[in-house]
Design a protein around this ligand. Structure first.
Ligand SMILES: Cc1cc2nc3c(=O)[nH]c(=O)nc-3n(C[C@H](O)[C@H](O)[C@H](O)COP(=O)(O)OP(=O)(O)OC[C@H]3O[C@@H](n4cnc5c(N)ncnc54)[C@H](O)[C@@H]3O)c2cc1C
Length: 508
């Protein structure tokens, strides 16, 4: 792959090779458009890029995804449908992650399986008193998912008017937080914490998290399945990249876009870091929307009201984590791929983490389902918790305390982990910190709050004519499944398809 554009003009240029626009680029190429994808890093994939450290393959920013199922109670998964359409399905295999996760509290633990009935059975075993509420909640998530998939990608005014009749579940809960809905359906406060312990997958605690986004995520994971990409998620990025090039699109790597050229409020093309100018009537940006508008475009080409709107939005939290390998006999310990540990008060645990004192963490051991990621006899362990989106670096002592807290939490499932560390990302002889924390984020673009969910996120279309957004800074939201959907919709825009069509079945 080169790091020069081969032509001086394209039908569409996409900026960044995250899963959002890799989807767009591949679909446009398959539709016969001359498309150029420009990525600043050495490999495509954005957040799903892996790091290789000798024999260790580490996916720091992706743990499970949904939408990879060829069939299921809610139909074919979006990712499976796109890979099939692109003819690259055989480039990556997905492993079903079942049990999906373990919920672990100070005096309680429970493994949560996939599948509606198995999921309910597991909960009812521990919380029989809330059986009716639990069943209703699971059914509500499922109905919301189905309504969301039937909703137009870009609703017209009449779609909003008809929403109470066509999408009654979403309409009723559109402005509800997860906490509000839990209060409506469940009475046992411990059950509410156990059920909501997956909130880190949307990076906001129940009191602020959009129930709409939660319902889509839960229905999709529980009923369609949670998946890990065999050999690491770089294989999935490579499959989407192959989807671009095999259909005649161009992908250039290690070449940042320096400017988006705009004149008279209309996009003209881009300028690459190497000075090459490339023209296109349509540009789709996958990168941080603040960078897109504040750094890559002349300020006088963007309405100030739009810049103000971007400034007013809240980014999602970031994470701090440790990436290590251990020679502990993890299989003998019987732990699942993901354990979500927390104190009972999820709100307090989230806030404590933001203040540098994590009382909750996700402990991922991907090697329990894919032993190709580490040498024989070793397991990878990723331990992560939250910090504010763009806070200053922690002082060495605060950083050390944070890392020790993460290890204390992890030792609840991996006893004596500290004595069994065989490798640690970032560790070196000169390294001052014993356990070097790695920072990532904002992990989901904008925070997944009620006011920034679904259609309340920035639209695909921007005030600059010909400039569109894809990825987790735009609709419908964050996470791999969702950004693939955003990539589909951005491609539909660029091809000139009817955006008032339902999201599903995908109009590719
Ligand atoms: C710690 C963590 C855990 C996560 N866990 C999960 C999970 O388990 N499941 C899940 O579904 N989601 C998870 N996510 C979220 C998910 O990874 C993201 O929502 C999704 O991958 C974002 O994709 P994107 O296409 O929007 O953009 P990105 O992946 O951010 O891609 C943007 C791309 O643009 C490139 N770029 C930036 N600037 C330029 C420039 N000037 N020129 C050219 N290229 C540029 C970047 O290098 C990057 O490749 C997690 C995220 C994090 C950080």
């Amino acid at each position: 792959m080169s790091n020069q554009a081969l032509r001086s003009a394209y039908a569409v240029i996409v900026i960044g090779a995250g899963l959002g626009v890799l989807t767009t680029g591949a679909l446009l190429a398959k539709a016969g458009k001359q498309v150029l994808v420009v990525e600043k890093e050495q490999h495509p994939g954005g957040f799903i890029r892996e790091f290789r450290h000798g024999p260790y393959i580490i996916n720091p920013a992706i743990h499970s995804i949904m939408g990879c199922n060829p069939a299921g109670p809610l139909g074919q998964g979006v990712i499976d449908a796109v890979l099939e359409h692109l003819g690259v399905q055989d480039q990556c295999q997905f492993i079903r992650v079942d049990p999906f996760y373990r919920a672990q509290f100070p005096d309680f633990r429970m493994d949560v399986p996939l599948g509606r009935d198995a999921f309910l059975d597991a909960y009812l075993h521990h919380f029989p008193g809330d059986a009716e509420g639990l069943r209703s909640l699971v059914d509500l998530c499922s109905a919301s998912f189905q309504e969301a998939m039937q909703f137009p990608a870009v609703p017209r005014w009449q779609d909003w008017l008809l929403m109470p009749f066509r999408s009654p579940k979403i309409f009723r809960n559109a402005t509800s937080t997860l906490a509000a809905v839990l209060d409506r359906y469940l009475s046992d406060s411990r059950l509410k914490s156990v059920y909501a312990v997956l909130y880190p997958y949307l990076a906001l605690p129940p009191s602020r998290l959009s129930f709409f986004l939660w319902s889509i995520m839960m229905a999709s994971y529980i009923e369609q399945g949670a998946y890990y990409c065999q050999g690491g998620f770089q294989n999935m990025a490579a499959a989407f990249a192959e989807g671009v090039t095999k259909h005649g699109g161009e992908l250039i790597l290690e070449m940042p876009v320096k400017n988006i050229r705009v004149a008279g409020g209309k996009v003209q093309g881009i300028e690459l870091q190497n000075g090459q100018e490339v023209d296109a009537p349509a540009v789709i940006s996958n990168i941080d929307v603040r960078t897109t508008f504040q750094d890559l475009i002349e300020a006088d080409q963007v309405p100030t009201s739009y810049l103000r709107k971007i400034n007013d939005l809240e980014p999602s939290a970031s994470v701090l984590g440790l990436f290590l390998a251990t020679d502990l006999d993890v299989q003998a310990l019987g732990i699942p791929k993901v354990t979500l540990l927390s104190s009972w008060d999820l709100e307090d645990a989230y806030t404590a983490a933001l203040h540098g004192n994590p009382k909750s963490a996700a402990v991922h051991v991907p090697t329990v389902i894919d032993d190709t990621l580490a040498p024989p006899g070793e397991h990878l362990v990723i331990i992560q918790s939250f910090i504010p989106a763009e806070s200053a670096r922690l002082s060495p002592s605060a950083s050390a305390a944070y890392a020790e807290s993460l290890l204390d939490l992890a030792e609840q499932v991996l006893p004596d982990l500290r004595e069994h560390i065989t490798f640690m990302v970032g560790a070196s002889e000169e390294e001052q910190q014993k356990y070097p924390l790695q920072r990532l984020g904002p992990i989901y673009g904008w925070a997944n709050s009620v006011g920034q969910a679904g259609p309340r996120r920035l639209p695909y279309k921007t005030p600059v004519s010909g400039l569109y957004l894809a990825g987790h800074w735009t609709q419908p939201g964050s996470g791999v499944w969702t950004v693939v959907l955003s990539g589909v919709n951005a491609a539909r825009y660029a091809i000139g398809k009817d955006m008032s069509q339902a999201i599903w079945p995908l109009d590719l």
